[in-house]
Structures are given as structure tokens and as C-alpha cells.
Design a protein around this ligand. Structure first.
Ligand code: ZN
Ligand code: ZN
Length: 438
């Protein structure tokens, strides 16, 4: 499935991880289970998931030897800015409308969320006898929006309190009453009856069996290739499912190298600081290392990690022609051109990283672009420094350029998905050949 369609079909982190897992299974990757962790065997492909929001895929070379051979890792974040349904979302009816209480996740619910078509979906926990089943759900179509106030009202139209002015409207008043058969539904009273019924109907389950959920609102607008010459790709949630998606495609297309382990690690919670069991501070990568080095002495593990490289991938700021003074000459990433290394600021890259990335780009037959922030601006951090600190693995921060980062609608080049995929494939193909001078 091409990128735009993949993004449209998988709007929540849960859907995205599930779709990546399906793609991995189709390509003969075996799922490992943390509760019954198996030793990873040479010559096999694996993946492991945690909570449906953190997934690591890895390919073990047929002759990979702990201690002698390196691991080539791409880390990226798979969470995207959004608004989450509050644990009790019911709002009193106002002016004839039904509304749902929603909270910002990361940079969600910013000013770009006004008047957008919003979809709703996520993960639902369903009682199955004594067990609890987790199911994914997406309500079809547009479910609501956050209506702005016309400028005719004057100053009040500028008010943008996220708790009071930015509450999604999802329909007319919820004046329906529960049937006697619905009286025991656990979520009754916490969420509007019509909304619970819609979710239950979509899943084909009784609302009495819905225990709880993690649902969100997201842009329902579909991805589109456009611009006068088809050179632009308009899409939501590219920060950072763009690097996550292309890292996985690069892994799937990479050469089978006998003396390398190739890893793509996709993390949750980057937009809120990464400190969770599914974020980059979490230990799922350590679990992967444990399965790789289960039969090796501890020193072999450190020897391999000392020879390894980690690419921390997160979208970067493409040059915006309307704000050219925000950028530094010589450090302006262009769309449709190639991967960008991010240097200085909060980034983990250095001159050695630059040399490695130059070689990867050359092999991928594209230029390596550079981004570095002005001294009088700040850029957001990403997962590179924390994984680097945890594992001791040399880390380089790179990113595919996009415009409008953290807007509900982002923009990249229509060639950038292919360029990103090609660059990650090149990394997996050549990184193990890199030997740093002592
Ligand atoms: Zn990001
Ligand atoms: Zn971000």
C-alpha cells in the first residue's frame, strides 16, 4: 500500500502499529512475545510489540556473531500530535449540541485544529468471559469539528482557551435514554450514549461488554499528492510516521547481510517526553538485545554495541520561503532532495556521524542535506540522545524534511517517501561496513 493510503487507513498509533505488524508478518517476520521471550536465532526475522504502541522489527544475519559483528539500528517515533477523549467525556448539552471533552496530546489542539473534519478511533477493551480483549476501532466518516467564532463577534472570536473554547462538537443533543438492556454498560454516564452505541455498533459488540477505551480525534482529511506539478504531498500525522514508515520499508528492502543485525525501533510518547515503558526511555530495545545476546557473555554484548550505529530519525524542518530569516544559510533542507542530518542544538550528531551519513547518502545516490538551528531559536529534541545514552551506541540524528510540523496538516515532497526509504535501505546495507578509527 502506498504511503498516503497507508496513513489514511491507519490514523491512530494503535492502527499504525497493527498495520506495520501485518506487513512484517507478510514478509516472514516472526512475532516474539515478551512473556515467553525466545532466543533470536541467526538467519531469522523478528518483531516485538508492547501495548500496541511500540514495535521493534529486526533481522538477524545468518552468520551474525555476538561480539564480532555490529547492529544497525534506526529509531523513530510513531506517536503523533492529537486530541484524546477524556476519561469522562460527557458534556452538558449547550445550545442544542452534543460535545465531547477532549485533551491535547503533545502539540495537538493548537490553532490549526479549528474547523477541521475530525475522525474518531483508537483501542477498545472488551470483556470476553473472564478475559479482556483489545480491539481497534475507527468510526466511519467525519465525527466532529471544533467550530471557530466568526470575526464579526470582535475580540471574543480571538479567545482560544483549550478547555472552554476548543471542545469538539459531534452532533445535536444526546436526548436518547438507555434501553433497560443497556443499563449496566460500564461507560454509561461517562460518555454520551450515542457515542458509546456508535463504537459498539462499529465493533459488533454489546455496549455492556465495553470496559474502557483509549480513543482520540484526528484529522479525517485524506492524504493528497498536489502542487501544480505533482511535487508536493499533503498529509496529516507525518511527524513522525513518515520516518517510521520509510524506516520499515527500508528494512524490508535491505540486503540480507550475514554479519549484521538490522533493527527498526518505533517508539510511542516522543511528543510528551518519551519517559514511559513504550517510549524511547523504555527498555524494549534492551529486551531485543537480551534475546540477541541470550547465549553470549556480557562482554560480547558491549563489544557488538561499541561497533554499532543508531540512526535517530525524526522529521526535520524544510525551508519555508515565507519565513526565510528563521533559517541559517547553508542549513536549509529542501523537499524532494534527500535525507537531512541534524547537527548541534539538542541533536546527537557530530562530525563522525556526518561522515557516516555522507557515505550512506552517496550509496543511496542522493545528497546529504544539513539542518542546524539558529543560535537565537530552539528546536524540539528527539529520541537520539536518550537511546544513545542508554545503549552507548554511536547515534546520528537525521530526518526527512517537512513543512508545517505540528500543524494538523503537514506537507512534504512527493518524492520524499521514496527518497527516505532508499536512504534507510542504504543505511542497513552499508552501516556494518563502517569502522570508526580508534
Ligand atoms: Zn517528531
Ligand atoms: Zn513533533
Amino acid at each position: 500500500m502506498e504511503f498516503g493510503a497507508f496513513m489514511d487507513a491507519n490514523p491512530t498509533t494503535y492502527h499504525f502499529v497493527e498495520a506495520i505488524a501485518e506487513q512484517l508478518v507478510e514478509n516472514s517476520y516472526i512475532e516474539l512475545n515478551e512473556r515467553d521471550l525466545a532466543v533470536a536465532e541467526a538467519g531469522k526475522n523478528y518483531f516485538i510489540r508492547r501495548n500496541g504502541t511500540n514495535i521493534i522489527a529486526f533481522k538477524v544475519g545468518s552468520a551474525w556473531t555476538p561480539g564480532d559483528d555490529p547492529i544497525s539500528i534506526v529509531g523513530s517515533h510513531i506517536d503523533a500530535n492529537r486530541i484524546c477523549l477524556k476519561p469522562s467525556s460527557t458534556k452538558p448539552a449547550k445550545m442544542g449540541y452534543m460535545q465531547l471533552g477532549a485533551a491535547a496530546y503533545g502539540g495537538g489542539l493548537n490553532s490549526t485544529w479549528w474547523d477541521r473534519d475530525l475522525g474518531a478511533g483508537g483501542r477498545v477493551l472488551i470483556r470476553k468471559g473472564r478475559a479482556v480483549e483489545s480491539r481497534l476501532v475507527r468510526l466511519p466518516g467525519v465525527i466532529g469539528s471544533i467550530p471557530s467564532l466568526a470575526p464579526h463577534f470582535g475580540d471574543i472570536a480571538q479567545e482560544n482557551n483549550k478547555e472552554t473554547n476548543m471542545v469538539p462538537v459531534i452532533g445535536a443533543c444526546d436526548d436518547v435514554k438507555p434501553d433497560p438492556s443497556e443499563a449496566d454498560a460500564p461507560l454509561l454516564g461517562k460518555h454520551p450514549l450515542r457515542f458509546i452505541r456508535a463504537i459498539a455498533r462499529e465493533l459488533g459488540v454489546s455496549m455492556n461488554n465495553i470496559i474502557d477505551w483509549d480513543l482520540e480525534f484526528y484529522s479525517a482529511e485524506k492524504a493528497a499528492v498536489g502542487g501544480i506539478d505533482g511535487s508536493l504531498l499533503y498529509c496529516s500525522r507525518m511527524d513522525d510516521r513518515l520516518c517510521s514508515y520509510t524506516a520499515i520499508q527500508g528494512l524490508l528492502q535491505s540486503e540480507d547481510l550475514p554479519h549484521s543485525v538490522q533493527v527498526a525501533a518505533l517508539y510511542d510518547h516522543e511528543e510528551v517526553g518519551s519517559l514511559s515503558r513504550t517510549g524511547a526511555y523504555g527498555n524494549l530495545l534492551t529486551v531485543v538485545f537480551d534475546s540477541l545476546f541470550a547465549d553470549a557473555d556480557q562482554d560480547k554484548r558491549y563489544q557488538s554495541l561499541a561497533k554499532s550505529i543508531l540512526i535517530s530519525a525524526d522529521v526535520t524542518h524544510a525551508g519555508n520561503p515565507n519565513y526565510s530569516s528563521a533559517y541559517l544559510d547553508g542549513h536549509v533542507p529542501l523537499l524532494n532532495t534527500g535525507m537531512t542530518i541534524k547537527q548541534l542544538g539538542y541533536f546527537a550528531s557530530d562530525g563522525v556521524g556526518q561522515a557516516i551519513c555522507e557515505a550512506i547518502s552517496k550509496n543511496a545516490k542522493m545528497p546529504l542535506q544539513i539542518f542546524s538551528p539558529r543560535n537565537d531559536t530552539r528546536t524540539g529534541g528527539t529520541i537520539g540522545p536518550m537511546i544513545s545514552a542508554q545503549t552507548g551506541v554511536r547515534t546520528v540524528d537525521v530526518g526527512i524534511p517537512i513543512l508545517s510540523m505540528h500543524s494538523i496538516r503537514e506537507l512534504t515532497g512527493s518524492k520524499d517517501v521514496e527518497l527516505g526509504t532508499r536512504w534507510f535501505k542504504s543505511f542497513y546495507d552499508v552501516a556494518s561496513e563502517y569502522q570508526e578509527a580508534e
